[in-house]
Design a binder for this molecule. Structure first.
Ligand SMILES: [Zn+2]
Length: 427
């Protein structure tokens, strides 16, 4: 059996951009190593979940790992909670959270505190809320855990009866469609009240009430917290509110990926959500060190982590966050630079250490984050599967335009890719 290196580059997909001469960032980037892989393999396009779904990363990664998210996803909150090591049982309520900046009349000034909140600041705000806020609208306790920068997880445990996650998001940028979190464009940036989806369902009413109580009380506490007073004095945005989304109250019933395919999978991920999914799927999963902003150094650290783990497993899922953030910020130049850096400093040294005779490399993405839209879209993402005996198509560059002509064609569902890869490594 061959080894598998399955690399997802978060939000790499895009649309042609005028500023880049009508190219996408992937097309504009220098990608000699990925191009060489494309020339020694096959390419195509893929709906990472399915047509019409602009997924959040968690839903897309569930799909990339071969699970139909419509069947298996139980909410990002649950995944994030697993990723940060919170112990959850069915009936606990887990939510993905963002620290944000709230102004007058519930206006959200910035959904991510201008991306300037440090992990240390978030940690201190988290400690304050865990120590000083008590939930009183219903018998319940909570754990609030900041993760990286503005991101956090909230787990509420009722001491009376199980909670239901059939509640709406307080974060206006995402809605829930058929149980799956979907990004919204053209939204009014106002803090929403979390509502039960069904007013008659007592467990959802209680859950929404607890979430709203948490948001209100944490806002009062954080508004004048020393961290925020210091930030305001320095002209920075306050991290004075939490936006909740993607509630879940059930652990996903994933089949064990190793038993299912007879392999020994490891996951290396930049983010807690991906690590959580991999962990729940039965993989040995670890979190990569936080990025430093030095693109070369960050890639080198990632290659080293992968090379160190290489002898211990036969299959790897590697999730690199890189190009997603500049996509959200509409910064196509930075997105292009990051893709070039991943090619040069991650794939460059990696390809010197692995042989395509006994390794299959797959590169794709969880979703497109087009710079022109600044949110995830359902745009099909490019896929590349490379290995010595796979046969190759005529593509010379790894990019959306060439992948559209590739032999893999258009893969309709992202969850079809993993079984295909498992077949290829066993050929
Ligand atoms: Zn994103």
């Amino acid at each position: 059996m061959k080894k598998l290196l399955y690399v997802a580059i978060d939000g790499i997909g895009d649309l042609p951009i005028k500023f880049l001469g009508g190219k996408t960032p992937l097309e504009a980037a220098e990608t000699h190593n990925m191009d060489a892989l494309a020339q020694n393999g096959q390419t195509g396009l893929m709906y990472s979940v399915k047509q019409g779904v602009a997924p959040e990363s968690d839903v897309a990664v569930i799909s990339l790992l071969g699970y139909d998210p419509f069947k298996y996803s139980t909410g990002r909150g649950v995944i994030e909670a697993a990723g940060v090591g919170l112990i959850m049982k069915d009936g606990d309520l887990a939510l993905r959270c963002n620290f944000a900046t709230l102004g007058a009349n519930k206006q959200i000034i910035d959904r991510r505190v201008g991306r300037s909140l440090s992990t240390q600041e978030a940690k201190e705000l988290g400690e304050a809320v865990n120590e000083q806020v008590k939930l009183e609208s219903y018998p319940a306790t909570f754990e609030f855990k900041p993760t990286l920068g503005h991101r956090a997880v909230l787990l509420i445990r009722s001491t009376a009866k199980p909670l239901s996650s059939a509640i709406t998001n307080s974060d206006p940028a995402y809605i829930i469609v058929n149980g799956i979190g979907v990004a919204k464009t053209d939204v009014e940036m106002v803090l929403k009240t979390s509502e039960p989806d069904d007013q008659t369902k007592a467990s959802a009413k209680v859950a929404a009430g607890l979430v709203n109580e948490f948001i209100e009380k944490s806002h009062v506490l954080w508004e004048n917290h020393p961290i925020n007073l210091k930030r305001a004095a320095a002209g920075k945005l306050k991290a004075n509110v939490v936006l909740t989304r993607d509630a879940g109250h059930l652990l996903p019933k994933f089949f064990n990926i190793n038993q299912h395919y007879g392999v020994n999978f490891a996951c290396l991920a930049d983010m807690h959500a991906e690590r959580g999914i991999a962990k729940l799927a039965g993989m040995d999963s670890s979190l990569l060190p936080p990025t430093s902003g030095n693109l070369q150094l960050d890639c080198e650290v990632r290659v080293k982590a992968l090379l160190d783990a290489l002898p211990k497993h036969d299959c790897f899922y590697i999730h690199l966050k890189g190009p997603d953030e500049p996509g959200h910020d509409g910064n196509c130049q930075l997105k292009t630079q990051i893709i070039s850096a991943i090619d040069k400093y991650f794939f460059g040294p990696l390809l010197q250490q692995v042989s395509l005779k006994d390794t299959v490399i797959c590169i794709t993405s969880d979703h497109a984050t087009p710079c022109g839209l600044k949110v995830h879209s359902d745009t099909p993402v490019p896929v590349l599967i490379s290995g010595d005996s796979l046969g190759n198509d005529s593509g010379v560059k790894f990019c959306e335009r060439e992948a559209a002509k590739g032999k893999l064609g258009l893969i309709a569902r992202g969850c079809e890719l993993m079984p295909k890869l498992m077949e290829l490594i066993k050929k």
